[in-house]
Design a protein around this ligand. Structure first.
Ligand code: AOS
Ligand code: ZN
Ligand code: ZN
Length: 389
């Protein structure tokens, strides 16, 4: 038992969760963006906030950027600034959805000029990755149609494949495409990458440096996300997660807030498939917006929720489970999982933090640090970080 506990603690210590730069900025719905005092005004200040999350949790050393929301003159300098703050720059998120030119799509647009513009942006993102040392180009396309007959759905797939192939050819040896899917929004009739199957098919065609991202908010209600995770992991095509919570659609609420049991089930499949091992390269990212709650503590809470789900999933008794599964003891097998889920892992995580020289309670430690008061005084005129919905 002690051996198991020590192994679980070692895995939890080694866990890495990547936080999104846009989660630190002001955000809202299409109805209203509520500005908060002290929000970062620049990418540099977003990194300062992200550094606080890492300082108090010890497991959030990477930050995803979004281009152009995090546009700077010198990306190598931004990477150096991250390093000075104990961080590394993670995925570069491209944006082919906020220009007027993209009304009918970007990489799937019927006009070759618009497609070229979108592809050029993606290639520019790879240039940025070269400068920052990031290995991941994260692609989510808002492309789709609103009405039957609006465009040729199959031709759009062809354009998508062509555009992706151009970008794939530009990738460096240690770089990859992480392709995200989402079943609706902003398009309402067809979406060009609506589901894991479409993303997987494109990744297969592209080659081994293309993998799928599972954003937990991007599925129809009732979808069994952990099955998708198990399948992609098995096929070597699970590139990473965008963790967040949803009650209705792509709500981007704090990970583990709406359905901690689902997060546990996902983490169980990750662990079952060996996905926590660093060599699999699975990126455990958050993709969230904190519209009404304080941002830095919300990111801290989300990181802790992922840690708790991971800890519970690590506690699943594999031998007992395998034996119950072998003998067809449905109730016993289910009980093994439920026992792990019902375990209060907070004492274990407090221990892990204490042993790492951290305060056992990251939220309280952050509150006591005075960072939110300091930034509220010093950062006057924080802008919306880009994401409005
Ligand atoms: C959009 O719904 C996707 O979740 C994106 O991953 C992300 O929220 C956006 O691209 C911000 O970078
Ligand atoms: Zn996402
Ligand atoms: Zn989303």
């Amino acid at each position: 038992m002690t051996v198991v506990r020590e192994a679980v603690k070692a895995t939890l210590r080694a866990q890495t969760i990547e936080t999104p730069s846009w989660g630190y900025g002001n955000s809202g719905t299409r109805f209203k963006v509520f500005a908060q005092p002290g929000v970062p005004r620049t990418p540099w200040e977003k990194l300062e906030d992200a550094a606080k999350v890492h300082e108090f949790t010890g497991v959030a050393p990477k930050v995803s950027l979004h281009i152009p929301w995090d546009e700077v003159e010198d990306y190598a300098a931004l990477a150096a600034y991250a390093e000075d703050h104990g961080l590394r720059l993670g995925a570069i998120n491209a944006n082919t959805f906020q220009d007027d030119a993209y009304k009918l799509g970007s990489v799937c647009h019927p006009d070759a000029h618009v497609r070229r513009r979108a592809v050029d942006h993606l290639l520019a993102c790879v240039d940025i990755m070269d400068a920052t040392g990031s290995s991941d180009l994260k692609l989510w396309f808002a492309d789709g149609t609103n009405y039957p007959g609006q465009d040729d759905v199959s031709a759009r797939q062809e354009r998508l494949a062509e555009s992706l192939a151009t970008v794939y050819a530009r990738l460096g040896e240690d770089q990859r495409i992480l392709l995200e899917y989402k079943f609706f929004e902003p398009a309402f009739y067809t979406t060009d990458v609506p589901d894991w199957g479409t993303a997987y098919a494109h990744c297969l065609k592209l080659g081994p440096k293309a993998q799928v991202v599972v954003d937990t908010g991007h599925h129809a209600p009732g979808t069994n996300i952990e099955f998708i995770v198990a399948l992609l992991l098995r096929e070597g095509r699970l590139g990473g997660f965008d963790f967040n919570s949803r009650f209705y659609a792509d709500d981007d609420l704090m990970a583990g807030a709406a359905d901690p049991f689902q997060l546990f089930r996902i983490m169980y499949e990750v662990i079952r498939g060996g996905g926590l091992a660093a060599e699999t390269g699975i990126a455990f990212m958050l993709d969230q917006c904190h519209n009404i709650e304080a941002k830095v503590p919300a990111v801290i809470r989300s990181v802790m929720n992922v840690q708790e789900a991971t800890a519970k999933a690590l506690l699943v008794d594999h031998d007992a489970l395998a034996s119950a599964q072998r003998t067809g003891d449905v109730l016993a097998a289910n009980a093994v999982l439920m026992d792990a889920y019902a375990t209060d892992v907070r004492p274990l995580l407090r221990e892990v933090r204490g042993e790492a020289g951290l305060n056992a309670d990251p939220v309280a430690a952050y509150a006591a640090s005075g960072w939110s008061e300091k930034t509220a005084t010093e950062r006057v005129g924080g802008e919306q970080a880009g994401w409005g919905a």
